[in-house]
Each structure stands twice: as C-alpha cells, then as structure tokens.
Design a protein around this ligand. Structure first.
Ligand code: DX5
Ligand code: ZN
Length: 219
C-alpha cells in the first residue's frame, strides 16, 4: 500500500519534537525533510544540525529532499546527520551520473527528482541505479502551493516505464497534495505521497487519519 510522508517544512518548529511524536504515534513511518539552500530554490530552510538533533528522538525513516545546488558536495554530511534516503534534483547537478556515484559510497537510498518543467526522459539513463524518483507537483521552494495537474502524467509515465522494464524504484510525489487530489495521485502510481500543509494545518492527528483513509481507499 502507498504511504504518507509528512513534510516538516510546515511544522511548528517551536513544537517540533511534540509534533514528530504525534506523527509517530499515528503510525507514520517516513518523514520528509526539505533542505533548501536559497540558490537552487529562492528560500532557505534548515540543514544538518536540525536533522542531527531530531534524529536522536525520532524513529521514522528520514527522507531527505535536497533542494540545493551541486548536492554531491554534501551527501556525506547528510548521511552522517541521519538521512535514510537522499533525493537530489537533476536540475541541480552538473553531472547526474557522478552525483549517483557519490551516493553509492554511502549506506543511503538514492533518489532523483524532477521539477514540473523537466521531462522524465532525462531520468532514463539512471533509472536502474536509483531507489526512488520524486516527481514535483509544484515548483520547489515553498509549501502550500497548488498542484500543477500536468505533473500527474509524469507519475503515470514513470509507473509505466517501471512495469515495462522491470525496474523497482519507488515513485514519490511532492507538492500541493490535499485530501481531494490524493486519491488520483495514488491511483496514477505514487508509492509515497508527501504532504506538508495537509498534515500540519489544523489537527495533525485528524489530518493524518483522513489522509490515511484516502490512501486505503485508493490502494
Ligand atoms: C516544496 C517542498 C515540499 C513542501 C510540500 O518545495 O519540497 O515538500 O513541503 O508542501 P505542501 O504539501 O504544503 O505543498
Ligand atoms: Zn519536498
């Protein structure tokens, strides 16, 4: 069954520990961690010290989404900080193959991400070397944006490519996920649906419950 991965970008950082505890208690297994550098994307979020710190009190799998330029420079540090999987953007790497080679040196799952304007064909040479593809449903940089509907076609295409070639990468979808569009996102082939606003705005426990119900109904 598909899974929900809450993005802590929308958390209340004053109460981060408490909110992570609520997510764990709700049965969620994957935490989406958005790192932004102010260069590849306009905004800046947080980095290794925050990840290292929350790692000590959270058992969830840390799915680290690097929205940073030339991420190969920082793979080692994010693994040491506690990342279980690392996603890099194809648009941010001057050499995608070399970035994958760097990731292969560490005990971490490897993922590539594509922005809304990037064709999935750029991923073709690498699909047998990665564990996951992250399809962006919005321009990366901020939570709370509206999903760009055309991006769902990419999920469908990646699911088809996976079946035709016997690949085993997971498909993750990130950006603009709501209770209303989650069913379609899952049915197009998404394994891991990231949600920031839809999880953290209002009552976290109730939001997770509602979103989980949609996923159960869609799977
Ligand atoms: C956007 C980030 C997303 C973001 C999602 O650049 O990669 O993970 O937190 O937020 P929502 O679910 O609010 O669109
Ligand atoms: Zn993200």
């Amino acid at each position: 069954m598909s899974e929900l991965a809450p993005s802590i970008l929308s958390a209340d950082f004053m109460r981060l520990g408490e909110q992570l505890h609520t997510l764990e208690e709700s049965g969620l297994k994957v935490l989406h961690v958005d790192v932004m550098d102010g260069v590849f994307v306009p905004s800046i979020s947080f980095g290794m010290p925050v990840i290292k710190s929350i790692r000590t009190g959270c058992q969830m799998m840390f799915d680290v989404h690097l929205m940073i330029k030339e991420p190969a420079r920082y793979i080692k540090e994010f693994v040491e900080a506690g990342a279980d999987s690392i996603t890099v953007h194809v648009e941010a790497c001057s050499d995608i193959g070399e970035t994958i080679t760097v990731m292969k040196q560490y005990p971490v799952k490897r993922a590539l991400s594509v922005n809304p304007g990037t064709d999935v064909n750029v991923l073709m040479p690498y699909l047998d070397q990665i564990d996951m593809v992250l399809v962006m449903g919005v321009e990366p940089g901020f939570g709370g944006q509206k999903l760009i509907p055309e991006t769902l076609e990419k999920v469908k295409k990646l699911d088809q490519i996976r079946r035709e070639n016997g690949y085993d990468y997971l498909i993750e979808f990130d950006g603009g996920v709501t209770r209303d569009n989650l069913c379609e996102i899952i049915q197009n082939g998404t394994d891991l649906a990231v949600a920031g606003t839809a999880v953290f705005r209002g009552n976290i426990r109730e939001n997770v419950w509602d979103l989980q119900e949609v996923i159960a109904g869609a799977s």
